[in-house]
Design a protein around this ligand. Sequence first.
Ligand SMILES: Cc1cc2nc3c(=O)[nH]c(=O)nc-3n(C[C@H](O)[C@H](O)[C@H](O)COP(=O)(O)OP(=O)(O)OC[C@H]3O[C@@H](n4cnc5c(N)ncnc54)[C@H](O)[C@@H]3O)c2cc1C
Length: 466
Amino acid sequence: MSNTADLLVVGAGPGGMATALEASRNDASVILFEVDEVIGGNASRSTGYLAFQDFDMQSDEDLTDSPEIFFDDMIAEIERQKEKYGIIFDEDLAKIFAKESSETYSWLCELGFEFNRFLPRPLQHSVNRMVDVKDTTMFTTLFETALEESGVRILTSTRVERLIMENSQIIGIATSKGEFYANKGVVLAAGGYQANKALRQRYQPESMASSPYLGTEHDIGDGHLMGQEVGGDLINMTMIPPLIMVGSALVEESIAVNRDGERFHDEAGPYDYRVNELKKQPDQQAWYIFDNQTFKRKSQLIHEMPEEPHKAESLNGLAEEVGIDPIHLKKTVNTWNEFLTTDVLNDPLFGRVIFPNPRIGITESPFFASKMVIGINFPAGGFRVNTDLQVLNVYGEPISHLFAVGDCVGGLGPVIGMGGMRITPALTLGRVVGRNIATDQVSQKQTLENADRIPANKMKIPVVDA
Ligand SMILES: Cc1cc2nc3c(=O)[nH]c(=O)nc-3n(C[C@H](O)[C@H](O)[C@H](O)COP(=O)(O)OP(=O)(O)OC[C@H]3O[C@@H](n4cnc5c(N)ncnc54)[C@H](O)[C@@H]3O)c2cc1C
């Protein structure tokens, strides 16, 4: 087998898979490298919330959305986050993503993806546009079929270790299975650096750097380090927002209570709000309460949580085991169950708008309590790129033949908190870069013009008279 292809893609998460598939469908030869034994990356381990605009689920409900409305929602989110983090937000990428997300939905449907329902996040998505994938293992199975059919060569259990650079151009990669060479480019799609505590320590306070994380152990920042070695400019690296370690699909069917047995927030609200509300509770402790029906349906998500759940045959027993006020717990669960028997769409206590589907209460014994634990899932930081997804150096100049997608890109990361804003951008920009590289649409001229608009580190080297 040849060790040369038009395109070498590092990592088979949604970003890498979309890049490889679209490049191959546009007649490029592609090799996709994956350190894990299977493809899918964190998308296969995720909740599968995806955000699009202008797609048929929206038109079925007569919802009006557009790239402009989507973009404005992103800007509003950035304004909120600017209070807490130093942010470089790439508005050009955001506009491309918003526009192309519509096509990504149709593209996924053609691959065989199916979606359940809208998950409203009214504080962040002003229009209903976030939906959930029926089964996240589709990110592995459907892509496996499509990539195979289109002729992408997939090398699993293969770690990419270094980029090979010659005359200031990336010409290939060194892997655990030898060297490979690229005619048109190398795409970094190796995900984030969440699983690498040493790397997180460079950007996070000590106490946060060792907080738990739920996804693939392989996201140790290899892409970030390889690109950094050849001069790539990393941005938004300190934005590693804390969140409660819980699958959103479990939250849909649970309520959270504090020691007093009281609910205290919208369990499905924005990630940072949930963390803040937990911190206000007595001893900063609270638990997700759910029943046996949920335990059976969501067992994988429950076992992935940082701590095993408490279990008891009755709510009284559960309260005693965990140390929650039993009378209030029972009252809170009853109130919740009664509310779910109505068709009211807005929880009167905290404005929660996401409920179990169908609206089944917490009724079947045994009952469970899973501790709310603060950790991380999504770091925002990655490479500064231009609109061709070429990695830029600190002077805003493209590194020849080096591209990045997904969590290796930094400029879109700061909208993470909106929900559904990681997998769709990875797929969407992956499609775009795969197609552009394969069809030689990457324009050096456009690249250099774009570089001029980016102020970071653009400095004149002083000339010193001898
Ligand atoms: C628990 C959890 C829930 C989530 N839920 C959602 C959600 O509902 N919606 C959403 O939008 N986002 C969600 N995310 C985030 C989302 O899954 C990621 O942002 C997204 O998958 C990133 O795509 P990617 O292709 O850039 O990287 P990844 O999906 O991380 O894939 C990177 C791949 O590269 C491989 N790799 C790493 N290093 C190397 C190397 N050196 N050589 C070869 N291969 C390598 C990895 O093994 C991995 O397969 C969730 C994440 C987690 C952890």
